[in-house]
Design a protein around this ligand. Sequence first.
Ligand code: SF4
Ligand code: SF4
Length: 314
Amino acid sequence: MSGMNQNARMGSVLRIERTSIYDGQGLRTVLFLKGCPLKCRWCSTPESQRPTPQKGYVRDLCVGCGRCVRACPQAALSMSEDGLKVLTDSSKCQNCFVCVAKCLQNAHKKYGSLQSVQEVVREIAKDEIFFFHSGGGVTISGGEPLNQPDFVAEVLQECRGLGIHTALETSFYAPYESIAKVLPWLNVLYVDLKHLDKELHKQWVGQDNSLILENIHKADQVNEPLEIIVRIPLVPGANDSDVNLSATAKFCKSLQKLQEIELLPYHRLGLETYKNLDLNYLLQELAPPSQAWISERADFLALQNPGVPIRVGG
Ligand code: SF4
Ligand code: SF4
């Protein structure tokens, strides 16, 4: 591999998924990284939010044997009064993951690990033959991958050196210096447009959208032959209004490198993980939308003439 040195750069990796068909053209290997500066209320990967590896607990798998409680070096674990579940004192837990190793039922889970650029690229390169035959490649996602710009840039550079097609999925909520580090190694940029209204963006996502919109415009001006695909996580009651979809179409029309808009309808697949991490899910009452509603919203967006094809993603 080119550019490798003795002091291998490490990244905080959530997981690597092979042969995905949802994250770009052809078969993709998706590198999910940990850490995100935003707080989207509909987030479906709460295990990606913290920047470092962390512990979860799956109550349904626990048989109450107490092995983990006895093994924890910080005395952070105890049995509940009824003896049916393990309680974690997060103020004492040091994330040493001894309990994960001790549990024979896999009831304690480790979300994430630190991995070097070389380790990650080696894993990605295993599917080179599938990339070649399907027109696929690697997609880096998160969390927010731009939280680790140097790591991402090195992984992308190594992949491009191997002739692997590269894509990045990002909120673009990052300093432009971080973005500039990764753009030269990218074929396709997937960028989220969660809401066009500054205040409502802040209300649903935790930060306003000024930096994101500014970054998209800057990336659209670079000389590299970059393709941009805008992704809209379509959430009923949050960003599905006529006003917001019209504003989104108008913004999209201003972009030269835009190839496509992808709508990602709201789902609740992350709910179990919220439980495992003892986190509160903020949209408990929100039901996933019907297919008819999704089609109607996609048609409305198309009528606003955003200038590119619209696709409903999975
Ligand atoms: S070791 Fe596993 S099964 Fe036993 S009490 Fe701990 S979490 Fe439950
Ligand atoms: S990760 Fe380590 S410190 Fe935390 S509960 Fe498990 S054994 Fe104890």
